[in-house]
Structures are given as C-alpha cells and as structure tokens.
Design a protein around this ligand. Structure first.
Ligand code: FES
Ligand SMILES: [Fe+2]
Length: 439
C-alpha cells in the first residue's frame, strides 16, 4: 500500500501536476485516424485533463488546438471547417492549424489585433492509425523504433476503448502477468481456428496446449522484472509438470504503455492514456509479423463491443458488465462473456474511479507494479530537479536504436528459457515477409 499523498502524486496528470509533467515529455495518443475519416474531420479531444479540438485542414494537415475560442470561449468543435482552418461560429474568428488567429471579420477594417491572438496548439503526428500529440515543452522527442511504428500500415491495426477509471489502475493490470490465469480463465478451450484477432485463444508457442489451458493449469507464475532503456521487461515463468517451462515476455514502455504478445502472429502495444484523472482510453496497435492484418475483421469484432463516437464499451457498470452467474458457473471465471477486454474493464473500474491505494495489499506477483511506481516516482523527482535526462528515452540516447520490445510466449526448460525466448523472437523476425522486422 502507499500513502494517500503518494497516490495523489502518481495518479493526477492535469496541467501542472507532477505525473502530468512526466507524461507531457512523451508523445500521447490523441485520436484514431479512423475518427477523422468522415466528411467533416473535426473531433473533440480531451487529453491529460485539457480540452482540445483536432481537425484536418484543406491541405490535409492536422491541427490540435484549445477547444474554447480565445475570444469569449465558445466551443470550436462546432467550428466551420473552411479557408484552410477552423472558424468560430460566434464571431467568425479564424484559426490555422498552429492555433494562430488569422482573421477577425467583425473587428474594424485594418485591425491587426489578430496577430496577437494565438491559442494553445500542440504538435501532432500520425503513426499507423493513431494521431499522437506532444503536449510538453521544447522540441518533441523522436519515436523509438518499436515494431508498431516500424511495420508498414498494412501490418498494423489500431483501435481504442474508454474505461471509467484512472489511467494508473488501467496500466497496472497490463503489467500484472498473474491475473491472466484467473480473470481470463475459460473453463472450456475454444477451437484455436476461431482465434483470429483475439488474445489468449491461440496454442501456446510450439505446443499442442491451448493458452487457455496452460494459464488455467499453472496459476502461480514466477515473475521477474528487468529495467530496460524503454521501461521494463516482465518475465513470467510457468514451470510445467513435464519439465518444460512456459515463458511469457511482456513490457512496460514508459510512461504509460505496455507491449504484450497477442498470438503467435501478433503483438499488442497498448497505451493507457489519461482523458482526465477519472477516465482513460486504451489505445492499441496490433502488429503482425505474418500476413497483413485483416483490419475489417478486427474492427468489426471490436465495434460489436463498443459504441461510437466515444468508443464506449457496450458492457459496462450500468449493465453489470453483462454478468451472468450461470455462465460464471460453467464457462468463464467472471461470467462476463468471452471478450477479455470486458474482464479487464471490470477489474480496473470496479475498485473505483481512483482506487484508494492505502487499502491495497500487494503480493509477490505484484512485483512489476511496485517497480513501476518506483520508476514513476524517480522520474517525477528528476524532473523536479530539472534533470530531464534521467527520464527513460529522454536521456540523450538514440531512440531510433530502441527496437522491439520482445513480446512473446515460448516454451523452454528451467535452464534454457533465456536463450529460447530470444531465439524464438529472432526466428519470428527472420520469417517475417511483409516487412523488415530484423533487429
Ligand atoms: S467566441 Fe469565438 S469568435 Fe467570438
Ligand atoms: Fe487482462
């Protein structure tokens, strides 16, 4: 458990907060490219507690500017998308993608007041289906060479979903390899042929054992954590009765992303982005090392579970997450259906919007959570001391040399699992035909 004061420090990310300052040193997912696909590409964005509007101008470039008009505060999400910018419908002030006011049609002829009006604007960049924003000071950092950014667009599918809780509890479920044996337990093993686009429904690496069975049969993983240049690597070993060892490698990417294997074909890189302190979005990039991703299929699967335009899950606390005690008795550990996203959503929302961590009792399997909080505290105090260089991936290293990170499931033995997971990662990269995945 931690003190209430520390809980506040770690969870609050609005402007001027300590954790918020750390977050603002990194690119943050702001929207899906899909959201701008309609006739009028203007979408509201609430990010780290700031209200913004994202739009595509007539040159095809994106702008992310403050949502409230700097004149008298009207909502620019209702703006007129015209003249290569966004025009406020209240008095016609016109803004370009950099937030500069370029016209005030109601002010006296020849007025140059508009030259003094520049609203908040943040740099944005599109990467494989996600629009990222940089809300911090100075020059935005370069993107690391992670697989989700290196792979061509054809091999990456992006989606998002809204969770009604603080970002930290959402992220903490992603660095907790123990929960998969319980929360995502299926009492029957589905035909893996029907596993496309789903997590934990494939066979465990190079075996005849469904992942669902392996997780169910071996619920006490031996978890270790290694600090890395991007955050940390989390190793979960499940020692099996026949002498083999299942190795699951997942990662925390500082400050609020994770990278995990989804199936033999795909990995997931997922950000847990604060909308504000009580709501967050997960943004996922599904990256394939094999065939191009079937985006239509993956989108349709997920749109059945989410309601647009906010990507709000259809199962939620107002309908008890679809909880069915009959199903819980026979089919799933939760009784909340087969979509593991719903299980995670219940797990992170039900402790309350901002979980009171003075009441928690962390065990041995929570080692990555403990380690992560230390990393975030260290980053906060380094920033306070003006030592930006101490932050992961900000410390002058060439981030273009940060690859991967390795996210996979492998089978080895108690003694050789270290070689086995690096080797199986290398084999998968070697076999990748659609793009150069080698590191
Ligand atoms: S409030 Fe926007 S132009 Fe007046
Ligand atoms: Fe989970």
């Amino acid at each position: 458990m931690i003190s209430q004061e520390l809980n506040e420090t770690l969870t609050r990310t609005g402007p001027g907060t300590e954790a918020g300052e750390v977050m603002r040193r990194y690119w943050q997912p702001a929207a899906l490219t899909d959201e701008l696909a309609g006739k009028r590409p203007v979408v509201p964005v609430r990010l780290l507690g700031e209200d913004l509007v994202l739009f595509r101008d007539s040159e095809g470039e994106l702008g992310l500017i403050a949502r409230g008009c700097p004149h008298r505060g009207a909502d620019l999400c209702y703006g007129r998308l015209e003249d290569n910018g966004l025009r406020c419908p209240f008095h016609g002030w016109h803004f370009n993608r950099n937030g500069q006011c370029v016209e005030q049609p109601g002010e006296p002829e020849g007025s140059r007041m508009h030259e003094q009006i520049r609203t908040t604007s943040y740099p944005v960049i599109e990467k494989n289906g996600i629009v990222f924003a940089y809300m911090g000071p100075g020059t935005p950092p370069a993107f690391p060479n992670f697989d989700c950014f290196r792979a061509p667009e054809s091999h990456v599918f992006a989606f998002k979903g809204l969770w009604e809780c603080n970002w930290l509890q959402a992220m903490e479920v992603g660095i907790d390899p123990a929960h998969a044996s319980f929360l995502h337990r299926f009492l029957q093993d589905e035909d893996p042929a029907d596993s496309y686009g789903k997590q934990f429904r494939d066979m465990a690496a190079n075996t005849e054992i469904p992942m669902t069975k392996l997780l169910r049969d071996y619920p006490r993983p031996d978890i270790t954590v290694e600090e890395t240049d991007y955050g940390m690597r989390i190793i979960a070993l499940r020692h099996m009765e026949d002498g083999r060892t299942h190795v699951r490698i997942t990662n925390q990417i500082f400050p609020e992303a994770i990278s995990i294997p989804m199936s033999r074909e795909m990995i997931i890189t997922q950000w847990h982005v604060p909308v504000d302190d009580e709501t967050c979005y997960w943004y996922s990039m599904f990256t394939s090392f094999d065939k191009p991703v079937d985006k239509q299929k993956m989108r349709d699967q997920r749109l059945r579970e989410h309601r647009l335009p906010y990507y709000a899950p259809i199962k939620n606390k107002r309908n008890n997450y679809g909880f069915d005690p009959e199903e819980q008795a026979r089919e799933t550990y939760t009784g909340m259906g087969l979509d593991i996203n719903v299980h995670d959503q219940w797990a992170v929302e039900s402790p309350g919007r901002i979980f009171d961590r003075t009441r928690e009792h962390l065990g041995k399997t929570d080692v990555a959570i403990i380690k992560y909080r230390r990393m975030l505290r260290a980053a906060i105090s380094s920033l306070k001391d003006g030592n930006t260089d101490a932050l992961p991936m900000c410390n002058g290293v060439d981030v273009s040399k940060i690859y991967g990170p390795i996210s996979n499931d492998t089978i080895g033995t108690r003694d050789n699992w270290q070689d086995v997971f690096t080797q199986s990662d290398a084999e998968r990269r070697e076999a990748c035909k659609g793009w150069d995945a080698k590191v």
